[in-house]
Design a protein around this ligand. Sequence first.
Ligand SMILES: Nc1ncnc2c1ncn2[C@@H]1O[C@H](COP(=O)(O)OP(=O)(O)OP(=O)(O)O)[C@@H](O)[C@H]1O
Length: 272
Amino acid sequence: MVAPPDNAPPDNDVLWARSVHYSHGGSPRTKSGAGSPGLSGVSVGVRQGEILAVTGPRGSGKTTLLRCLSGHLVPEQGEIWFNSLPVHTMGATARERLRRDRFGWIGPDPLLLPELKVWENAALPLLVSGASHRAAKTAACAWLDRLDIGAFARKRPGSLTRAESQRVALARALVKEPSVVFADEPTAPLHRAERALLLRTLTTAARSHGITVLLATHDEESAAVADRSVELLDGRLAAHAGSGAGGPGDADDGGGPSDETPEGQTACSLSA
Ligand SMILES: Nc1ncnc2c1ncn2[C@@H]1O[C@H](COP(=O)(O)OP(=O)(O)OP(=O)(O)O)[C@@H](O)[C@H]1O
């Protein structure tokens, strides 16, 4: 067993971004705002089991941050850590394996495969990982039941409403019981009542299984389900605040770092 490097994140942070810079198209951001903005020196720590909302207006960099934290994008500068693993130095295959084995993702579009039954869509992450058909079906149907859509397991996605389809996408994100679920505007296509239901379903499932959630949303009401929020503005972290909803961050200082963290780490849970 290799000891984690000295600059690895604090033990209770499952994910950690340190001074991350990312420009879409690779052209660095200029002072005038020209170029292709993404992230400009964002640092954030996410605790084990925490539900963290990443808020901010459209185009502020929420998706880019989630994609960097999940290893889809590699920052031009800065570090991304998952536990003691330096994601920013991993090769494409290792990052792909990490995403497949430890992370779940749900976006604004359910992206279900119309040719497959609902349970097969929910089971896809297990099927592509080599799980047996029977085990994948059992796990997928259990999640569909938990999310109150078990009755649709044998139907095709085409017969579902948008809200039901999003819940199937949620089952697919949870079916491997990942360490972290990245939820990028998962309620964007839904009506208000449906939004509340999906978020309640996501947070209940995550809390009962100890799953960490990063929820990107421009909607304040959606962000209120989180334990803590960080706000992005123009690719920079603007503020952070505890919502009082309860969670790991409430145990001590409301989610910020302690004074005892090594030099350089204090900024990582707070600032751009
Ligand atoms: N593939 C891309 N190529 C070029 N620019 C991009 C690309 N993806 C995002 N951007 C730009 O990067 C900035 C941040 O985009 P990002 O999607 O991360 O923001 P966001 O806060 O998630 O926005 P939204 O709420 O609209 O999804 C925006 O200015 C966007 O136009």
